[in-house]
Design a protein around this ligand. Structure first.
Ligand SMILES: N[C@@H](CCC(=O)N[C@@H](CS)C(=O)NCC(=O)O)C(=O)O
Length: 291
């Protein structure tokens, strides 16, 4: 079970998951409609702006818990400075040392609690607001939820990245573009214009995506009644959890692009596997508000 570690800086209390020594309640929060949680999300030209799959996981979590929050939009090149000003240090590894989502939860001391990373945010919200009785990580499923996130991040997202990342400049704010091209070209090792396949290679790339969703479909079929499951369309069957938001975050991300040659990515996949993904989207639809 997660432990919250609070480190006080001049501007913030920082909440971190560390080890598994026991369950702690976070400090008393002062969140209210007039003093909401702040969700830092990545700016875009869209209306509403929300598009990033990772920050959507945190937005789904806040909406599901019906917590008051408001979004502060940050352009890619400003993320590092914004998070440093909140007292966060760079992540020790990875190409992007500062990432969103991050939330700032008001406390009675006036110093907000800062939480980074979507899974840590889900843990924090469950620990801090148990009275809401809407767990993102229902008891007994913590390791499963982490495994599900790991599976999606290592098997599904990598098949989508070459198809979707090159489309992002079309929806980003102008200030983000030089940063986005520089960092993404470094990560792919070639110009972004050369990353997205076309022609038969494009269809092959989509086949890889379909194959990975097929693996997940066969796993989720274990929830069917004839397999002894409860028969629902969500990852835990008939109960919403963080794992659904991992997938729904990817679906919302896919829905934001219109590449032309191969159509809207979400429109392409929504009917795959007997409409499973469409049904999962519907199960999460009531938590898609952008505040
Ligand atoms: N594991 C993290 C991943 C967060 C992440 O990679 N966020 C991306 C946006 S989707 C980001 O902020 N990147 C900043 C950058 O590329 O500079 C989470 O789920 O919170």
């Amino acid at each position: 079970m997660a432990v919250h570690v609070l480190r006080q800086t001049a501007s913030a209390r920082l909440w971190r998951i560390k080890g598994c020594a026991g369950l702690h309640r976070a400090l008393t929060t002062a969140t209210s409609a007039s003093n909401p949680i702040i969700l830092y999300d990545i700016k875009s030209k869209l209306d509403p702006q929300a598009w990033s799959p990772n920050t959507w996981k945190a937005r789904f979590a806040l909406n599901y818990k019906r917590l008051p929050y408001k979004t502060v939009w940050v352009s890619y090149p400003d993320i590092a400075a914004k998070l440093s000003s909140l007292g966060l240090e760079p992540l020790s590894s990875g190409a992007a040392p500062y990432t969103l989502p991050v939330i700032a939860d008001p406390t009675h001391s006036g110093t907000p609690t800062i939480v980074r990373d979507s899974f840590a945010i889900a843990q924090y919200l469950d620990v801090t607001y148990p009275e809401l009785e809407r767990p993102l990580l229902p008891a007994g499923t913590h390791a499963f939820q982490a495994l599900f996130l790991h599976h999606a991040s290592t098997r599904i997202t990598p098949t989508l990245r070459p198809l979707l990342v090159p489309l992002a400049p079309a929806i980003l704010d102008a200030a983000a573009l030089p940063y986005f091209y520089r960092t993404r070209e470094a990560s792919f090792g070639r110009p972004l214009a050369e990353v997205r396949p076309s022609g038969t290679a494009l269809e092959e790339a989509w086949s890889k995506v379909e194959k990975e969703f097929g693996v997940l479909d066969s796993i989720l079929q274990k929830n069917d009644v004839h397999c002894g499951g409860n028969g629902g369309d969500l990852v835990l069957g008939n109960r919403v959890s963080f794992a659904d938001f991992v997938l729904a975050g990817l679906f919302v991300w896919m829905s934001k692009f219109n590449p032309g040659e191969d159509g809207n990515p979400w429109e392409r996949i929504r009917s795959w596997h007997g409409g499973r993904w469409e049904r999962l989207w519907k199960g999460c639809e009531e938590f898609m508000e952008v505040k």
